[in-house]
Write a protein that binds this ligand. Structure first.
Ligand code: PEP
Ligand code: MG
Length: 753
């Protein structure tokens, strides 16, 4: 068997075979001869997956009469075992293995030792390459690796000659990998089924053998340089700053990117005659094999990081840089990513996107709000996602039950379909109350508005049964644009929304950019260390008045002849509200002075999401027409807990006395000034939380459209007064578990959650 340098000779010989004009069968016959020759084995054989079974396709050393005759199914015999597990197998005494099956037609009686490796394409086994020796002998790692390298080249040859149906191989891989259930955190409720698509697609190496080692070495050096530059620049970006989870991952990336051992191993593989891409993949599959045998979660994580980085290096080398969104979704898909930004998600075709599964993710991150607006279920914090799910695997996301069903069985698919029917029935139930008002049994009327950000959303007001749009996040349009949206485009969107809403009210929120909604064309001169508390929302808008003026004009012109409701995000001091209002008013006066049509009236609101503003309600409330409490930000600032940090995602309860008391303070103060209050954070879209809000006096919610049906049904079944009384008592008593108390009180009223 070969020392490292001999691998180079094999590859050179294989290169000549590949370049030759012979038919595929003849080429494979030559390959087995070369392998046996160079590895000093008595037998070398290639099995290919054809019509669902592994067929002996070429052999040196076994009976030629067995070629195309000997067949093994997946999992059957040693060869079937290697293909099914996609792992090498080496045995000094093949017959002693429990899976060994004797095939007399091959004439293999004389051979003792056996070593086989899978031939893989797109992570599916398409065949097996095996050698056998007469003497019982142990195979060294370097020999197994030599075979794996040959198997990579064979994969290219077999694919080029279309000897195997790749799609069938992928289906068989899925069937063989077996079903599994993975747990995660529900981020957006819903059920979805589709094929796994990686946001950063895995690269398929098309060319494995090179005859110019120097060129490949240079390509690798270049790719490493670019990768290091990318990581260094990411580390400078605000969302990756020290202390964040992202930063930790990047630190590991950086360690690997500068790790000489890794680049040396890839260079060694290049020395044997592989292209740079094939060499990266060769080393990557060695790591993956190691990954499977490691139990230590920390080490496994690090190897997953290395795997991720290998993919990045492959993308740079192959020039396949686009995300799956840019390549386009071809069929119903479940998107797999470590994490996503809101703009990245918006790039996907809504028709084919049936679900998102993230390794990270937290409930109030903006990407989740976008997903909710798109109606896409999202499951987050799924550990081991990347090592367990393969590209193209069938997946069912059952976010409601916190489950990802990987490669589901027929029975699971059936129960998924049954679950869909059940959900559809439930939706029918909600549809029945859709057009009825949300009035509780004791006669309290709750206004239920929806949160929106896309033009399509406005059209779904009647479908959702909403009383209007209580929060239109205008920044969504900015997030999906590569450049600052021009005034005409902004105006067209706002007008479209108002037209679709008809006589239902719409509250536009001026842009809330910054934080986790950064747009590259509006990046400040200085990166914020804490973007959520940085140059964001109204702060940015008041600093760049040009931007605010353009938006004000777009809003005023879009609402000409109707009432415009506009509110400002992240108001921290009353003067900020006053300044923003004056800015819009000045635009209104300018328009009116030039004889342009203007709204019949403008109502101004402030979002209450910064705790400092709550200390100045007496100053603020006389200035505003309405307020809207943004519980997503309010919670993050109240608890000093980053809303995008997955580790803090469920640390603090929305039903904690701190939150309920502070909201109640706002509600009471606003009532004194006769100012309407809406709660527009994600909290209000969850039935039990919504009930708690009603119990502290909130009468207007603006929530995710999918939440309106269930919450309306709940309001109509609830008697609110006794809950309000109990709530006052719970809030005044130390140590009460409000969630538990409220749940049992609600259940006593016959409400179900
Ligand atoms: C909030 O903070 O609760 C809110 C509604 O605004 P956003 O989630 O867009 O920051
Ligand atoms: Mg907010």
């Amino acid at each position: 068997m070969p020392p490292a340098s001999a691998a180079r000779i094999i590859l050179r010989r294989l290169h000549d075979v590949m370049a030759g004009k012979a038919a595929a069968q003849a080429k494979l016959n030559q390959v087995v001869k070369i392998v046996a020759d160079e590895l000093g084995s008595e037998v070398a054989s290639i099995y290919l997956l054809r019509d669902g079974v592994l067929e002996l396709y070429a052999t040196f050393g076994l009976a030629q009469t067995a070629v195309h005759v000997t067949k093994l199914s997946m999992g059957q015999g040693l060869v079937g075992n290697i293909a099914a597990r996609r792992e090498p197998l080496s045995l000094a005494e093949a017959k002693a293995h429990p899976d060994f099956v004797y095939r007399p037609e091959t004439g293999e009686d004389d051979f003792h030792s056996f070593c086989g490796v899978p031939i893989v394409r797109r992570e599916a086994a398409i065949g097996v390459l095996a050698v056998q020796h007469r003497e019982p002998r142990a195979y060294e790692e370097i020999e197994i690796e030599g075979l794996q390298t040959v198997a990579m080249v064979l994969s290219e040859l077999i694919h080029g000659a279309a000897l195997v149906d790749d799609a069938q191989a992928m289906r068989m891989r899925a069937a063989n990998s077996g079903p599994m259930r993975m747990n995660g955190l529900k981020l957006v409720d819903g059920l979805g089924r589709g094929l796994a698509v990686f946001h950063q697609p895995r690269v398929v190496v098309e060319h494995t053998v090179s005859d110019d080692v120097d060129l490949e070495r240079t390509r690798l050096v270049d790719a490493f340089r670019r990768m290091r530059e990318q990581i260094d620049s990411m580390m400078g970006q605000s969302e990756f700053l020290a202390g964040t989870d992202h930063h930790e991952i990047l630190e590991t990336y950086k360690m690997f990117a500068y790790d000489e051992g890794w680049s040396r191993r890839i260079n060694e593989a290049i020395e044997t005659g592989l292209t740079a891409e094939a060499a990266v993949e060769r080393v990557q599959s060695r790591n993956r094999l190691r990954m499977r045998s490691i139990d230590d979660p920390y080490l496994r994580e690090r190897l997953t990081d290395l795997d991720d980085l290998s993919n990045r290096l492959l993308r740079i080398l192959s020039g396949q840089l686009g995300t799956a969104a840019q390549l386009g979704l071809q069929a119903d898909a479940i998107l797999i990513a470590r994490n996503l930004g809101p703009a990245e998600l918006l790039e996907y075709d809504k028709r084919h996107l049936k679900g998102v599964v993230l390794e990270e993710g937290s409930l109030t991150a903006h990407v989740i709000i976008v997903a909710r607006a798109m109606g896409v279920p999202v499951l987050g914090r799924v550990e081991q996602l990347f090592s367990q799910v393969n590209d193209g695997d069938e997946l069912i996301v059952d976010a409601g039950n916190g489950a990802l069903l990987v490669r589901p069985t027929a029975a699971t698919i059936k129960s998924y379909q049954a679950m869909r029917v059940l959900k559809a029935r439930q939706a029918e139930q909600w549809a029945k109350v859709r057009d009825l008002p949300a009035i509780s049994r004791d006669g309290r009327h709750i206004a239920l508005y929806m949160n929106a950000g896309l033009l399509d959303d406005a059209a779904s007001i009647p479908l959702a049964g909403a009383d209007g749009i209580g929060l239109f996040r205008t920044e969504f349009q900015f997030l999906v644009s590569a450049t600052l949206p021009r005034r005409e485009r902004q105006q067209a969107l706002y007008q479209g929304v108002l037209d679709a809403a008809g006589d239902k009210p719409v509250v536009f929120r001026t842009v809330d950019i910054g934080g986790d909604k950064a747009v590259p064309y509006l990046a400040g001169d200085v990166e914020d260390e804490n973007p959520a508390m940085g140059w964001r929302a109204l702060r940015l808008a008041l600093g760049r008045t040009g931007l605010m003026k353009v938006q004000a004009r777009a809003l005023l012109e879009a609402a000409a002849g109707r009432t415009l409701s506009v509110m400002f995000p992240m108001v921290s001091e009353p003067w900020e509200f006053a300044e923003a209002r004056a800015l819009v008013e000045a635009q209104r006066e300018r328009l009116a002075a030039s004889g342009r049509p203007v709204p019949t009236g403008v109502e101004y609101g402030a979002m209450i999401e910064v705790p400092a503003l709550i200390e100045q309600l007496d100053v603020l409330l006389p200035m505003v027409d309405f307020v809207s409490i943004g519980t997503n930000d309010l919670t993050q600032f109240l608890f000093a807990a980053d809303r995008a940090n997955p580790r803090l995602a469920d640390r603090y309860d929305w039903l904690s006395p701190a939150i309920l008391r502070v909201i109640r303070r706002v509600v009471c103060a606003a009532a004194e000034h006769d100012v309407p209050v809406t709660v527009c954070g994600e909290m209000g879209g969850r039935p039990l939380e919504a009930l708690a809000l009603m119990a502290i006096g909130v009468e207007q919610l603006s929530i995710t459209p999918a939440g309106i049906g269930p919450i309306k049904a709940m309001v109509r079944a609830a008697t609110l007064e006794p809950l309000a009384e109990s709530m006052l008592a719970w809030l005044a008593t130390p140590g009460v578990n409000i969630r538990a108390e409220l749940l049992s009180a609600a259940k006593r009223q016959g409400l179900s959650f």
